[in-house]
Design a protein around this ligand. Structure first.
Ligand SMILES: Nc1ncnc2c1ncn2[C@@H]1O[C@H](COP(=O)(O)OP(=O)(O)OP(=O)(O)O)[C@@H](O)[C@H]1O
Ligand SMILES: [Mg+2]
Length: 459
């Protein structure tokens, strides 16, 4: 009967529906995976670029700005790289298809349409870079907001004790307002682009109708061709508008990409004579195994002049210094004399302008960063804690060391009792705020006391 006759087409329709739904699902998931893959890769690249770069270059950026590069700029990249790329392709295909069909129908009307497209394209080309510029400014302001906020929270005790909360709030809010202002500007331009593209195409349809009607009256064009042509012309309004939107979104993505690209000026530290692996096996390894000249001082500065790029006079001028193999050396001088600068040189955070440094009589140029830094335990002046647990902090230089070594180091700085009193012991997480200033300093000393077993430090 009729029920059986309908069963088949209905089954076909249902299976098409299922297939279509699954395909749509797969497309969304694949797109999302692609987008997140791009974001992930960009974030990984940025994080390793920041941590591997030379100290002075990273310090030129404010911490909050680096954070927004990694967290928010990468998100803009996602928008641009996926949905708008798909839109771009889809819209281009239907645009080209419609235009080809219109060419078959009537050349003169097609030329009118193309003229409208070119004029619209010109306006569009003028507006689109504005979107990118506004977006870049908005993101820059977000970066500054991050930096201001980070600095304010870091110095919160000072801010509160100075009763400067409102001033600080105003400073941060100002950045937020600036970002909003530029974002609205960008939205304005996007809306303009969209209206110009959509409205321009509608206008072109009206012109085609007028021209076509005239030619129909002259008998040059059949009514059916004009109607067919108009249908195709209506058909390209949508793709053109979609295309405009996609290009506008892409522009925001380019702005984000440009901000991310700015960080390529951060070069990794050099010269890295030999990777850690090469240092063990290769030529650099021989330098480590070479019997140490017992007469040579452990560390030496020979006629070293060094300074900072943005300072006029060098911080150190022709400094010579030897650190003997045994005993203690104290470096004493007024504030700003250059004591920290000497340590920065010894750890190769900065390089001397002239003169040279030696470790065991071997000039620094023939040693890798690892060989130098592996020999020196450094407690920095502003003893920050490392994010993580007590164990993470104490064993930061030698993660493979045992808990016993951690306890021994803590005992040496009289922090053992304090850590034993914590419920989680070595696993207690330490925040900047949960330790007193002195405890933080002693934790840093404990970190310096844990030595790598064997290797260079055993000598
Ligand atoms: N990153 C930097 N950029 C530019 N100039 C710097 C930088 N760090 C230090 N200076 C300058 O170099 C000089 C030496 O600074 P350094 O930090 O070595 O002094 P210091 O002897 O450790 O002083 P303090 O006892 O106060 O810690 C100072 O004039 C300082 O202003
Ligand atoms: Mg100092």
């Amino acid at each position: 009967g009729t029920g059986l006759g309908l069963g088949r087409p209905v089954a076909v329709l249902v299976s098409l529906l299922v297939v279509g739904t699954l395909a749509g699902l797969a497309q969304s998931v694949l797109l999302a995976r692609l987008a997140e893959g791009i974001v992930l890769q960009a974030r990984r690249d940025l994080v390793s670029r920041f941590l591997l770069a030379r100290l002075e270059q990273v310090q030129r950026f404010r911490a909050g700005k680096l954070v927004t590069r990694v967290t928010s700029d990468t998100l803009l990249l996602r928008e641009a790289t996926t949905s708008s790329l798909v839109q771009l392709v889809n819209a281009s295909v239907s645009l080209v298809g419609s235009v080809a069909l219109m060419a078959v129908l009537d050349w003169q009307l097609l030329l009118t349409t193309l003229l409208a497209l070119v004029v619209g394209g010109g306006l569009f080309g003028a507006l689109v870079p504005q979107i990118g510029r506004a977006d870049k400014r908005a993101q820059d302001a977000v970066g500054q907001l991050g930096a201001e906020l980070e600095g304010g929270v870091r110095a919160l005790r000072t801010v509160k004790s100075s009763r400067a909360e409102q001033r600080q709030i105003a400073r941060v809010s100002e950045r937020a307002e600036e970002s909003a202002r530029h974002a609205v500007r960008s939205a304005w331009f996007s809306a303009l682009v969209w209206s110009v593209a959509g409205g321009g195409m509608q206008l072109a349809v009206i012109v085609i109708l007028g021209l076509g009607a005239g030619r129909v009256a002259l008998g040059e064009l059949s009514v059916s061709t004009l109607v067919a042509f108009l249908l195709y012309a209506f058909n390209i309004v949508d793709p053109v508008a979609t295309l405009a939107e996609a290009v506008a979104t892409l522009q925001s993505g380019f702005a984000a990409a440009a901000r991310i690209r700015e960080t390529t000026s951060l070069e990794p530290e050099s010269p890295q004579v030999g990777s850690p692996r090469a240092a063990r096996a290769g030529a650099a390894g021989e330098a480590v195994r070479r019997p140490v000249d017992a007469d040579a001082p452990v560390l030496a500065l020979r006629g070293v002049t060094a300074g900072y790029a943005d300072a006029q006079a060098p911080a150190l001028h022709d400094v010579s210094l030897e650190v003997p193999r045994t005993g203690h050396v104290a470096l004493v001088g007024p504030s700003g004399a250059g004591k920290t600068t000497v340590l920065s040189l010894l750890l190769r955070f900065i390089d001397p302008v002239s003169g040279r440094l030696e470790l065991d009589g071997v000039p620094y140029e023939s040693l890798s960063l690892d060989e130098v830094r592996g020999r020196i335990a450094y407690v920095e002046q502003e003893t920050p804690v490392v994010p993580g647990t007590v164990r993470d902090n104490v064993l930061f230089r030698v993660p493979e060391a045992s808990d016993d070594e951690a306890w021994a180091a803590l005992a040496a700085v009289r922090l053992e009792g304090k850590v034993r009193s914590l419920e989680a012991g070595l696993d207690a997480s330490v925040a900047e705020t949960s330790l007193s200033g002195g405890e933080r300093q002693r934790l840093a000393v404990a970190r310096a006391l844990v030595q790598p077993s064997g290797g260079a430090a055993a000598r």
